[in-house]
Ligand binder design. Structure first.
Ligand code: SF4
Length: 688
């Protein structure tokens, strides 16, 4: 069932309550909801019973009844949201729902959950909980109002709009504010972090939006969160989940394929020069407002800021987003003595700042927090002067700022110890708790080891539910053998030429997914130069507009004088983009999406496998590529009526032994043997 088939409150007569009758088990009741004439088909005309959807719902119901962990890979079109929501709501248990993105979080809370609860006739109390950066902090808004150093006039205008909106908002969720640019430099000034929040000392504590959201979450039957929040809390216990999680009986993770990579970001240790600069700004702001003349704030802030910038400088100029390996005393390419000295200087500057703040700490609660922040930053920097923890990997992210990172290689240990509590066999509550992990793509083998191994879920029950789509008749895959090899300098130009030709035949309707930003730029520029001023094709390139706007324009396609579209994108567009219908008929992938071998985290994962006598290539690189390829290909067919072509411009797929495994991971599309068959398929698509 697609989400569009969710009954709308306006469109149906709510059926009677469907609370479980005592004699029936949850599995039986959940199954009944999905049968023809059952509560779902009575509530929504568009609902069609599907075997896979019902089986998944039954498995979720059994897990809720018995406790334990269930991992479900549900192919596109299964309707997995209903498969977990129906048994979860019917169980009457307290439920935590976590998603990877705020978009799905908003969709679940704003649409799917209320409509389904109404269809089932269940009085469910729901709450949406996001990270504190999503909520307006009224205390910091007050400080920002009086801050004379706001970046520019446009920042002042944004601040004025936020102030006006602040009078009316109930939730304080900034996503509800119309027209607010989420990249605005004002946002960090009007939201809080764990470090700068004053907690119960805050003059605005009573009406605080962050605390209100947490209180509502604690009182709700179903709480919708996101993975970032979940792991941030597991790591630093900041979001109120420390109280929430023990009271939850059912935890469901949708888009679970992102759990491991999200988790490792939070479970390690991090400190950055950007955080130090935020601190100096806050110290200067509070100092000048509450204790002007008592301490030389300009001098203290200047010295700390200089030390932070010095540390950034010793690393030298690096391409934005570079990760520097850090296995010895200093990151690679950085002289050890200079690095250690700069690190010590920054700690000393923070210690001096802390001393200065301590002299005025009774004047305002802000100074107590600032003192703690200075100490914490210095302590975190200090930890990076010692050796890394065993089993962890260290690196430096070098961009405008520097971020020092120490990360576990995966989340397995944390999941086992903190979620499943496998070491606490006698904890009856932990045993009763049900964990459900689901996504459209969780691996390329029967045990879904790509997902279960790094997440510590090898003992979980595993279920794979195939997509109901008829892939052999709806889609075809083509690997052009005449293209240059993927490492050939002319490869991107050849991919661009293929995209140009095919998009002209289809009148746009083409998405090019690249594995690197360099290829994104090369192919994007080539196509934009070719179609400049064209009335037939408009070329959309990631980064030139906000993501949402790009997707909306691409979905519109041709019509009413608009040209058709080619979208050239990388990274985040490989997954989660939903363009049903004929706005998208051709997906072109430039290269096999292997993880970057020089990345310190990737390298450390490979080395660990090697030390276990396993093959990093077969056990890590190939499964990663298989899952990413499957996700990219998954953009093509979104409905039973969709038709489309997938072109993978990497001859290794048909020339190397591992190519067979990668092709097998794709949905069962028919294979096009040569250019003639490809042209023929394009012709048919173009003819509609
Ligand atoms: S308690 Fe923290 S988040 Fe809430 S208003 Fe005060 S500083 Fe802001």
């Amino acid at each position: 069932m697609t989400d569009s088939a969710v009954p709308s409150p306006e469109r149906h007569d709510a059926p009677g309550p469907a609370w479980p009758a005592p004699a029936q088990g949850l599995e039986e009741i959940a199954r009944e909801a999905f049968v023809p004439g059952g509560v779902l088909s009575r509530a929504a005309e568009a609902f069609r019973p599907r075997h896979g959807q019902t089986e998944m719902a039954a498995a979720v119901a059994r897990t809720i009844e018995q406790g334990g962990a269930l991992v479900v890979e549900a192919g596109t079109g299964v309707g997995k949201t209903f498969s977990y929501l129906v048994p979860a709501l019917l169980s009457g248990e307290r439920v935590l729902l976590s998603t990877a993105t705020k978009t799905l979080q908003d969709q679940l809370f704003g649409r799917d959950l209320p409509r389904l609860a109404e269809a089932l006739g269940l009085p469910v109390r729901m709450a949406l909980l996001k990270g504190r950066a999503s909520y307006l902090c009224t205390h910091r808004l007050d400080l920002a109002r009086r801050d004379a150093s706001l970046p520019d006039r446009s920042a002042l205008r944004t601040l004025a709009k936020i102030e006006e909106w602040a009078q009316a908002t109930r939730t304080g969720d900034l996503a509800e504010m119309p027209g607010l640019d989420e990249r605005s430099p004002v946002l960090p000034l009007v939201t809080s972090t764990r470090e700068n929040c004053l907690g119960s000392q805050c003059p605005k504590f009573r009406g605080c939006h962050v605390n209100n959201a947490r209180r509502e979450a604690l009182a709700a039957d179903v709480v919708v969160i996101n993975h970032h929040l979940f792991f941030a809390d597991l790591a630093v216990r900041d979001s109120g989940m420390a109280e929430l999680l023990p009271t939850v009986r059912v935890a469901i993770f949708d888009e679970a394929h992102q759990l491991n990579e999200t988790g490792v970001q939070f479970l390690g240790a991090q400190v950055g020069t950007g955080q130090v600069l935020d601190f100096t700004r806050d110290m200067l702001g509070a100092g000048l407002q509450f204790a002007r003349g008592l301490v030389d704030w300009q001098q203290l802030a200047g010295a700390t800021e200089r030390a932070a910038r010095e540390l950034r400088l010793v690393v030298g100029r690096n391409a934005a987003g570079s990760r520097l390996r850090w296995t010895g005393a200093a990151p690679e390419g950085v002289p050890e003595a200079t690095w250690c000295e700069a690190l010590e200087d920054l700690q000393a500057a923070l210690a001096q700042a802390a001393e200065g703040i301590a002299t005025v700490s009774e004047i305002a609660p802000d100074f107590v927090r600032l003192h703690e922040r200075a100490a914490l930053l210095a302590q975190r920097l200090q930890a990076f002067t010692r050796e890394a923890e065993p089993g962890a990997v260290r690196w430096v992210d070098a961009g405008t700022h520097l971020r020092l990172v120490e990360s576990p290689l995966d989340i397995a240990e944390a999941v086992q110890a903190k979620l499943l509590k496998t070491g606490e066999a006698e904890d009856p509550e932990a045993r009763r708790r049900a964990w459900v992990f689901t996504s459209a793509t969780l691996g390329d083998d029967a045990r879904l080891t790509w997902f279960t191994e790094p997440c510590g879920l090898q003992d979980a029950e595993v279920l794979r539910v195939a997509s109901p789509f008829d892939y052999p008749s709806q889609a075809a895959v083509y690997v052009p053998r005449q293209l240059p090899r993927p490492n050939d300098p002319g490869h991107s130009a050849a991919v661009g030429a293929l995209a140009q030709h095919a998009a002209l035949r289809l009148g746009g309707r083409t998405m090019v997914l690249t594995t690197t930003l360099r290829a994104l730029r090369a192919i994007g520029e080539q196509l934009q130069a070719r179609f400049q001023g064209s009335t037939e094709i408009e070329v959309l390139v990631q980064g030139q507009w906000p993501k949402r706007r790009l997707i909306e324009r691409f979905r519109e396609g041709a019509g009413d004088g608009r040209p058709g579209c080619i979208l050239v994108a990388s990274a985040s567009f490989w997954e989660g983009i939903d363009v049903p219908g004929d706005a998208l008929q051709l997906v072109i992938i430039d290269k096999l999406p292997f993880p970057p071998p020089g990345d310190p985290l990737v390298e450390a994962r490979g080395q660990r496998l090697e030390s276990q006598g396993r093959s990093p290539f077969n056990d890590y690189f190939v499964p990663e590529a298989a899952v990413a390829l499957k996700q990219g290909a998954g953009r093509l067919i979104r409905r039973e009526s969709d038709q489309g072509l997938l072109v993978v411009c990497d001859t290794r797929l048909v020339q190397m032994g591992y190519g067979r495994r990668l092709l097998a991971a794709l949905p069962p599309m028919r294979r096009l043997a040569d250019e003639a068959e490809f042209e023929d398929a394009l012709q048919r698509l173009a003819a509609g």
